[in-house]
Design a protein around this ligand. Structure first.
Ligand SMILES: *[C@@H]1O[C@H](CO)[C@@H](O)[C@H](O)[C@H]1NC(C)=O
Ligand SMILES: *[C@@H]1O[C@H](CO)[C@@H](O)[C@H](O)[C@H]1NC(C)=O
Ligand SMILES: *[C@@H]1O[C@H](CO)[C@@H](O)[C@H](O)[C@H]1NC(C)=O
Length: 459
């Protein structure tokens, strides 16, 4: 029995790791890239002062160190009013031990890194940060620059930093490959358009990351495959998602595991409106949530996105397993909502041991349309004979019970699993828009009971 358990857990572990299609991270070690040239921004015209402009110094240091060196921003405070575009190079690092404060007001990306490989961005003290002072825009209902965007970067890692109060998005990984993002905290203002992490590309491991904002936590954009997203703390955020998805969608082999979501818009949402292409072979396991507006939501009629041409994005072979959560009002928004496109019913959707109860009231409902598989209100596959799945209108299942009664009633076969979800020590007060957001320290746990895969460099 014990051996069997060990085997089962080994198999499970192997399966999770098999999620990635190969190694991730820089191909040379930090030590090796440090042994190359160190280009200290203070030697390239940088001045450690909040009113200085460190942008040109970073660009010059990069030019000198982009092949085998380290661009070094030593501890201290730096202003930044000129944005940098760092293109090309190989085998380099950016060691951000200081804090960069946005002072410029143009749009675009404060730091844009593209077409480079074997790259590492980190803080050796876990204290490096970029403070975007987004509130200076948000208080007037405006947006400004994004903090950081990586495009077509391969074999890279980002870790041990804080990205704070972006005037717009915090971190975008656009068509990157073989990457690792970890031990990072993102803290933004409380409104839409301030995305935490948006990621597309292939073979990326994102783990031990906290996002507080009000928009995307860790969200998959088209196209994407072989992503492993683990130990994520979406704290007063929009929550994790895929989308919005339109034309030529090609997303597959994505695993989200150990996702803690509190006071957010959703625990997981997949959103499209029309469009075409496929999302397939993804799993969403071990989710814990509290007080989220939406919980498990596949919405093929996401009208915030203009209706796209096409019959609808096809969703197939998606598994949701082992969730424990409360939603804020389950009679208002179905905590399990699987509404697939009319022209493209989804199939092999499996919802297993997903336990949600409502914070307010004593009633909640699940809603399914054009959706086949098992669990919640999903319809079983029609007859034999493969993928001929007729559309059907929305049908709902209503649950009337408070949790202790649910445990006895065992509604839907899986209600017995409902337990009050655990909390994290620092579950929030509120987010702000009109005042500066303090730079947080990188936390040392991102999921109840889970230890990060790597210790913080600064510890
Ligand atoms: C999606 O629709 C567009 C526009 O109608 C079409 O050009 C494209 O080939 C379609 N893609 C797929 C994957 O069906
Ligand atoms: C289900 O998730 C919880 C975390 O909420 C975890 O402690 C437990 O081990 C998971 N169960 C399985 C079978 O993975
Ligand atoms: C969660 O967010 C709130 C609001 O910004 C903050 O007060 C709290 O410290 C955050 N928790 C952690 C662990 O950072």
């Amino acid at each position: 029995m014990k051996l069997l358990l060990v085997l089962v857990s080994l198999l499970y572990y192997a399966a999770v790791n098999a999620q990635l299609s190969g190694r991730v991270g820089p191909t040379t070690t930090r030590r090796a890239s440090k042994q190359g040239t160190v280009c200290n921004v203070l030697k390239y015209g940088g001045v450690a002062s909040k009113t200085s402009d460190v942008g040109p110094a970073i660009a010059s240091a990069f030019a000198a160190c982009k092949n085998g060196g380290t661009v070094y921003v030593p501890p201290g405070e730096y202003g930044m009013s000129t944005w940098v575009s760092l293109s090309g190079g190989k085998g380099w690092a950016m060691q951000l031990d200081g804090i960069i404060y946005r002072t410029g007001s143009q749009n675009g990306n404060m730091i844009y890194i593209e077409k480079t490989s074997d790259f590492e961005l980190y803080s050796s003290t876990s204290r490096g940060a970029i403070q975007g002072y987004g509130y200076e825009f948000h208080k007037d209902g405006k947006y400004g620059a994004r903090i950081m965007r990586l495009s077509h970067v391969t074999d890279f890692s980002i870790h041990d930093i804080a990205l704070v109060d972006a005037p717009q998005f915090h971190l975008t990984l656009d068509q990157c490959t073989n990457g690792e993002l970890y031990n990072t905290v993102i803290r933004g203002g409380s409104e839409g358009g301030l995305d935490g992490v948006d990621v597309s590309g292939s073979n990326i491991w994102i783990h031990d990351v906290e996002v507080s904002n009000r928009d995307e936590c860790i969200t998959i954009k088209n196209t994407a495959n072989h992503m492993l997203i683990e130990n994520i703390y979406c704290n007063w955020s929009g929550g994790c998602a895929m989308g919005s998805l339109g034309l030529d969608i090609d997303i597959h082999h994505i695993v989200y595991n150990n996702i803690y979501t509190v006071n957010s818009n959703q625990m997981f949402m997949i959103k499209s409106n029309g469009g075409n292409g496929t999302v397939h072979d993804c799993s969403f396991t071990n989710f814990v949530g509290r007080k989220n507006a939406y919980t498990l939501d596949i919405d093929g009629h996401w009208t915030q996105l203009k209706l796209q041409p096409g019959n609808g994005v096809l969703y197939r072979d998606l598994t949701f397993q082992n969730w424990t959560a409360t939603c804020s009002d389950g009679s208002r928004r179905a905590p399990i909502n699987v509404v697939c496109p009319d022209g493209q019913p989804c199939y092999n959707i499996h919802i297993d041991n997903v336990n949600v109860w409502t914070e307010s009231g004593n009633r909640e409902y699940y809603k399914c349309a054009n959706a086949y598989g098992s669990g919640a209100c999903l319809k079983a596959a029609p007859g034999s004979g493969g993928a001929n799945y007729p559309s059907y209108a929305a049908s709902t299942v209503t649950l009337n019970a408070t949790p202790p009664e649910m445990e006895r009633a065992n509604v839907e076969g899986n209600r017995a699993g409902f337990k009050t979800p655990p909390t994290m020590a620092a579950d929030l007060t509120s987010l702000q828009l009109s005042e500066s957001i303090p730079i947080p320290t990188v936390p040392t746990s991102f999921f109840p009971g889970a230890t990060p895969y790597s210790t913080l460099l600064g510890h």
